[in-house]
Design a protein around this ligand. Structure first.
Ligand SMILES: Nc1ncnc2c1ncn2[C@@H]1O[C@H](COP(=O)(O)OP(=O)(O)OP(=O)(O)O)[C@@H](O)[C@H]1O
Ligand SMILES: [Mg+2]
Length: 239
């Protein structure tokens, strides 16, 4: 993806916060295929995810990981089966308004970096910089002539790894208790990957993470797994 996209598109999974804590995510017998394709991407997928922990979603390229996130946010609907999200207030069929999202392809819209990070919500520099420190993006911002107030007309002034760290800071600034991330470690160098994962483990006291990854050296045996295309994939890589 290149160039800027509208704020609405950019925020769609994050708009209209419900301010409820997700207690359970149940995926039941999901069958899904894209309209223009014959193959079922997800064929009878079932399982549960503990939204308070760190869960790694694993599977080969094309296994349907990003598709599962789109289904979880209600952007697309399964042909059969259901996703059930439980909070203290009730049940929902999607995470829309209940979780923040860091997409696989990060983009920024034409506005200041500050507004990109805060979705134009008033926030102190201290809070914004804390999130930037946590995501490893503070130095990127301090190197800009106008810092947080730099106007971003072309997101390609940032490298893919920098964009990703900015997007992670943006997700942290939503103050949601659950964050889904689609390959947050790609394009990030190894030492920053380790730092970021350590930060996520600390933040996990308050925030649950569901993370699509191929970066197995960051995963610990005690972490939760959600494997697509057979458990063997994740287990084999961990041995
Ligand atoms: N919008 C779409 N229209 C049609 N087919 C699609 C669309 N998006 C994805 N697919 C197909 O669905 C399958 C699953 O794609 P998906 O992006 O969910 O895989 P993934 O597990 O996230 O892969 P990767 O590890 O490469 O990111 C692939 O075969 C892909 O080509
Ligand atoms: Mg993907």
């Amino acid at each position: 993806m290149s160039g800027s996209i509208s704020k609405t598109q950019n925020t769609s999974p994050n708009d209209g916060w419900k301010n409820e804590i997700v207690e359970r995510i149940e995926i039941s017998r999901i069958k899904f295929k894209y309209e223009d394709k014959d193959r079922l991407v997800l064929d009878n997928l079932s399982g549960s995810i503990d939204p308070q922990r760190i869960t790694f979603v694993v599977g080969e390229n094309g296994a349907g990981k990003s598709t599962l996130f789109k289904l979880m946010f209600g952007e697309i609907k399964p042909q059969s089966g259901e996703i059930s999200i439980t909070t203290a207030k009730g049940k929902y069929d999607s995470l829309q308004g209940l979780a923040a999202f860091v997409p696989q392809n990060v983009d920024l819209y034409s506005d200041t970096l500050r507004n990109n990070l805060t979705f134009s919500e008033p926030m102190s520099d201290e809070i914004v910089y804390r999130a930037l420190e946590e995501s490893g993006a503070a130095e990127i911002v301090s190197n800009l002539d106008n810092g947080l107030d730099t106007f971003i007309s072309d997101p390609s002034i940032f490298s893919p790894g920098e964009l990703r760290r900015i997007a992670i800071a943006r997700a942290l600034l939503t103050s949601q208790n659950l964050i889904l991330m689609d390959e947050p470690f790609s394009d990030i160098d190894e030492s920053n990957q380790v730092k970021l994962m350590n930060t996520l483990r600390k933040l996990n006291k308050d925030i649950g993470f569901i993370i699509i990854t191929h970066t197995f050296n960051l995963v610990k045996k005690e972490d939760c797994f959600f494997a697509l295309g057979g458990k063997a994939y994740g287990e084999k890589k961990l041995l």
